[in-house]
Design a protein around this ligand. Sequence first.
Ligand code: GDP
Ligand code: MG
Length: 497
Amino acid sequence: MVLAQLGGSISRALAQMSNATVIDEKVLGECLNEISRALLQSDVQFKMVRDMQTNIRKIVNLETLAAGTNKRRIIQQAVFTELCNMLDPGKPAFTPKKGKPSVVMFVGLQGSGKTTTCTKYAYYHQRKGFKPSLVCADTFRAGAFDQLKQNATKAKIPFYGSYMESDPVKIAVEGLERFRKDNSDLIIIDTSGRHKQEAALFEEMRQVAEATKPDLVIFVMDGSIGQAAFDQAQAFKQSASVGAVIITKLDGHAKGGGALSAVAATKSPVIFIGTGEHIDEFEIFDVKPFVSRLLGMGDLSGLMDKIQDVMPADQQPELLAKLAEGTFTLRLLYDQFQNLLKMGPIGQVFSMLPGFSSELMPKGHEKEGQAKIKRYMTIMDSMTAAELDSTNPKLMTESRIIRIARGSGRQIRDVMDMLEEYKRLAKMWSKMKGLKMPKNGKMSDLSQNLNIQQMTKALPPQVLKQMGGMGGLQALMKQMGGKDMSKMLGGMGLGGD
Ligand code: GDP
Ligand code: MG
């Protein structure tokens, strides 16, 4: 079962239970069985599923729950907590610090995505102000060095490797020395894989680790390997002191249960996930938002209430009309930012958004995210009306960008940054084009005109996936009953990617 469907199945099970008039032993049992089935189909290890059932039963004692308490909430909360616990080994992974030299070694089977992920990891940190470097200690696979070289060059990251040398330990040590001299604060060592778990590979891994003494060993696992995940992760854990996990290929038909199994087997947290072949298709992995998204967006109703509260009713028809035209101008973005800032602790709002890219508002950095939005708004304040209302992407010429930067007292790079963000959102919102408008233009009436097909078209695939596809969406709509779906879509526009 694909990760997204897992979320859909679990939320359906919970919704079904919520529909029951009385939640008794039988209803709870059915719900838990349904959830277990979904987890098993997602390749979560049998033992883990059984433990989860037991734990939930311990928390949820129907008889002792006082009359009138909200059983559904308690059960939902228990499922949430259990899933979080499964994904959270309790201790955070080593995180490199800027300016302090760290060595990070990547291990994993051949084809799991090590080389790709090394570059993504380096690029991610480079954008955060690190000075990363890449060492290719894979002498096993033909063309390994070329591949790393190509990736590194594209991302402008210094690299080291050799076409001649066949001893990976020697290359690793040489690379380390070189980049230590260059003051790199994040030296990343890519190692070779094998087609399966072989003694020779593990021995090589041990030797490279011994010679380089990495601060962190990251185990890279292909997200689509199914039930093999637990054993594979355990085998790597036993041979190298794995401290963190990265799951790749979660963009395809990956089975999400592997993530849970890998955490259990390595007792190490998942720190990032790979969602594509491209260098920036890489996301920070945060347990709680991940699970709440997986579980069918209980939070979304809260978000909609918030949006309903802060968005002036008279702005709603205008927004809708613009969306129906498929025009997402900078002015519209400005208005949305204003709305978002009004919503108070902005991180709270953002964490509710499904599919939210952690770029704009990384968890624990809500203040910075808020500052960024304000900065964007200052930049937009220096734009002309024509620029704000334009739908022509070619309008933003170099001279205009320079003028805007000067006018707002920001760097040219900041203006480019803001325009990039705008483009990303505009692309997403353009999918709303063709939405049928209610006659009086009121948001609350739009929901009647929205059908599932339209909604699936409007949502970015990533978001839709996380909601559990069509099925999940249907369950969600039912769950939300009379709630106004259009508000939700409006809100998500600023979060999706
Ligand atoms: P390695 O043998 O472990 O170094 O694996 P590579 O980095 O060479 O990756 C193997 C293949 O998987 C390549 O074709 C990559 O482009 C692809 N790949 C890696 N990560 C991802 C991902 O997150 N999503 C997708 N779709 N493909 C990926
Ligand atoms: Mg490789």
